[in-house]
Design a protein around this ligand. Structure first.
Ligand SMILES: *[C@@H]1O[C@H](CO)[C@@H](O)[C@H](O)[C@H]1NC(C)=O
Ligand SMILES: *[C@@H]1O[C@H](CO)[C@@H](O)[C@H](O)[C@H]1NC(C)=O
Ligand SMILES: *[C@@H]1O[C@H](CO)[C@@H](O)[C@H](O)[C@H]1NC(C)=O
Ligand SMILES: *[C@@H]1O[C@H](CO)[C@@H](O)[C@H](O)[C@H]1NC(C)=O
Length: 594
């Protein structure tokens, strides 16, 4: 009797399963087999070979799974073993790393789009290479897309903004190298967005601050620059990971629900907002390796959930309050390499297995862990009091203004003089002027100003380069004799080359031809052009070089302006952009005036 009952139950269960077995449409089977071929028969798909059963009932493995609904594939997950081990990828197939040269990402995605009911698509570490085709948007049901650890490059196609059902978009560890996409407004259900380890440039996408469904934003290790916008509208946000970018604003207020905030190795400036001490859910905070200054908000240490607090390698100053409370969960504190003075509060000073505390590289009155002498921190503290960021900007603005006015007056004076001169000596050529290999007639105050501005513009960067005169040999070496491959561009004023100095610093070299004969009109035109000339990659002027030409006066003298070269403009670049303009004008102009 008992046996019979069990038999019936087994029969019923079997019948249930048979009834629920989906017979995949044959064109979808064809598509799957085609995908296997595109992927060059990875071992993970060996089970598909000569398989005559129903693909929908294939046993899932760690590396392959298929789920169906209504005779269609709705989930496809394939994980290969082609890990990305490269730092550079030039867009060509690499044996044993990427799929072969014969792989066409375009045909691959075309085949994929035949699985039109896909909701979940995971294609990880398969060596897929190429720019992601925008027809991927035809997979209109996609809710999860993960193509991490492949060799995708170029831009993230705008058409993907039509995948409005997406809740997870993960494209980690690829080689996307264009501007970061900013079309997230339409993705109303997006919760996880992860683009870590790519080469995406530009600003933090502001459209993201409107997607209130987001829980995870992971954009670490890209080249994002500029400002981090206010994200407080993202009330569901738990994880914000922007490590290793070039973000250089002050820290904005953060949404209250965050548990993990990782902002290390950027260029964030200003003080740590006191409001961070009210992020009650916060467990993990890493602000290390930035340019944060001011006092430590004591509230951070006493947050009820905080367990990891890393504020190392900033320029935080002042002393810690002696009555500081540490939260019960606090297990790791790193405040090393700052400008802190005074004693350590007892909750950080007690030796305990429960809490690791790193405080080296400050000026604390301690015997343990290396400390600087008090002067090191005092100086930093008083320097900062004298010049704050705003004051630097103001000072730079004032100096820039003075330079512009002086240049303007010089130009007016010059033109005026030339006009009179021309009237007196019609048709007589102005005698050629050879620019000497010294700095003839350059007013010393102006050069001094240039130096001040150069330093101001560089405040914050370590070992700020000061203005100097370069030799022609140095430039020839840096640019490999002005090789064509070093040419960055050519403006109406002259050519720009990229170069590398002996010390490894990248520079941009702009050559200006100084014609021996020029009319007023010509000069004015050139100055106009010069003043309009701007280049996003040029940051601050490092110096100049004058090639006086041969003594027999048969060659045209050349002037070179040498700029700091940074491949991604940042806040400082924008600040100094204005200044550069006035520098190059003043210097070019002075040299032309001879
Ligand atoms: C992106 O990478 C590809 C492949 O290396 C390259 O051809 C392309 O020029 C790069 N684009 C940018 C903007 O750097
Ligand atoms: C690629 O891998 C195969 C087998 O693992 C090996 O025989 C071959 O030498 C490798 N080729 C390269 C270029 O590394
Ligand atoms: C977003 O998610 C909600 C709830 O899961 C769902 O009802 C809605 O259809 C989704 N919207 C889109 C555009 O997929
Ligand atoms: C600090 O940040 C810079 C870039 O911002 C990075 O190159 C450097 O490796 C970082 N240092 C540490 C110790 O993380």
């Amino acid at each position: 009797m008992g046996f019979f009952k069990i038999f019936v139950i087994v029969l019923v269960i079997c019948a249930f399963f048979i009834a629920n077995t989906y017979q995949l449409q044959s064109y979808e089977i064809q598509a799957l087999l085609q995908l296997r071929k595109h992927l060059e028969y990875p071992v993970q798909l060996d089970v598909w070979e000569n398989y005559h059963g129903d693909f929908c009932s294939l046993t899932s493995t760690l590396h392959m799974s298929i789920t169906c609904q209504d005779n269609s594939v709705t989930e496809l997950k394939i994980k290969g073993d082609k890990l990305v081990k490269l730092n550079e990828f030039h867009g060509f197939a690499i044996p044993n790393q990427t799929l072969s040269e014969g792989f066409s990402i375009d045909s691959f995605v075309t085949t994929l789009t035949r699985l039109s009911s896909l909701k979940v698509l995971t294609l990880v570490s398969l060596g897929i290479w190429g720019p992601l085709p925008d027809k991927i948007h035809r997979l209109a049901s996609l809710e999860l897309l993960d193509m991490s650890s492949n060799f995708l490059f170029g831009s993230v196609p705008f058409q993907m903004s039509r995948l409005i059902k997406l809740h997870t978009l993960t494209l980690d560890a690829n080689f996307f190298n264009e501007t970061f996409p900013d079309w997230f407004d339409s993705l109303h259900n997006l919760t996880i967005l992860s683009f870590k380890n790519n080469r995406l440039k530009g600003q933090f996408p502001s459209s993201m601050s409107k997607i209130t469904t987001l829980t995870d934003i992971v954009l670490s290790h890209n080249v994002l620059s500029g400002k981090l916008p206010d994200l407080t509208a993202l009330s569901k946000l738990l994880l914000l990971d922007l490590r290793e970018n070039h973000l250089d604003s002050e820290l904005p207020p953060l949404p209250k629900g965050l548990t993990t905030v990782l902002l290390s190795s950027n260029v964030f400036t200003g003080e740590i907002p006191v409001e961070f001490g009210t992020l009650n859910q916060l467990q993990h905070l890493d602000l290390s390796n930035n340019s944060l200054s001011g006092m430590l908000p004591a509230g951070l240490f006493s947050l009820s959930s905080i367990s990891y607090l890393n504020l190392a390698s900033n320029v935080l100053s002042g002393s810690l309050p002696s009555h500081l409370n540490c939260g019960g969960e606090l297990g790791f504190v790193d405040i090393s390499d700052n400008r802190l003075v005074g004693g350590l509060p007892s909750c950080l000073n007690t030796i305990s297995d429960k809490r690791i505390v790193k405080v080296g590289g400050n000026c604390l009155s301690l015997d343990t862990q290396y400390q600087h002498s008090e002067g090191y921190c005092k100086q930093a503290n008083s320097d900062k009091k004298q010049i704050t960021g705003k004051q630097i900007a103001l000072l730079a603005g004032v100096i820039g203004g003075i330079v512009i006015v002086v240049v303007f007056l010089l130009v007016v004076l010059f033109i005026f003089r030339r006009k009179r001169h021309a009237r007196n000596m019609v048709d007589k050529h102005i005698p050629p002027k050879v620019v000497q290999n010294t700095q003839p007639g350059v007013p010393s105050e102006l050069l001094a100003n240039a130096r001040v501005i150069s330093q101001v513009a560089n405040t914050g960067s370590q070992g700020a380069p000061s203005y100097r005169v370069f030799s022609l040999e140095e430039l020839l070496e840096a640019t490999e004799n002005f090789d064509q491959s070093a040419l960055l561009g050519e403006g109406s004023v002259g050519k720009i080359y990229k170069g590398r100095l002996e010390n490894g610093a990248y520079i941009a070299v702009r050559s200006l031809n100084v014609y021996k004969r020029y009319s007023n009109r010509n000069l004015k035109l050139r100055l106009d052009l010069l003043s309009k000339f701007r280049h996003p990659h040029l940051v601050s002027l490092l110096g100049h070089c004058i090639d006086g030409g041969a003594p027999d006066d048969s060659t045209v003298p050349r002037i070179f302006l040498i700029y700091e070269y940074i491949s991604n403009g940042n806040f400082r670049a924008h600040l100094s952009g204005q200044l550069c303009k006035s520098f190059s004008m003043s210097i070019a102009c002075i040299l032309m005036l001879g």
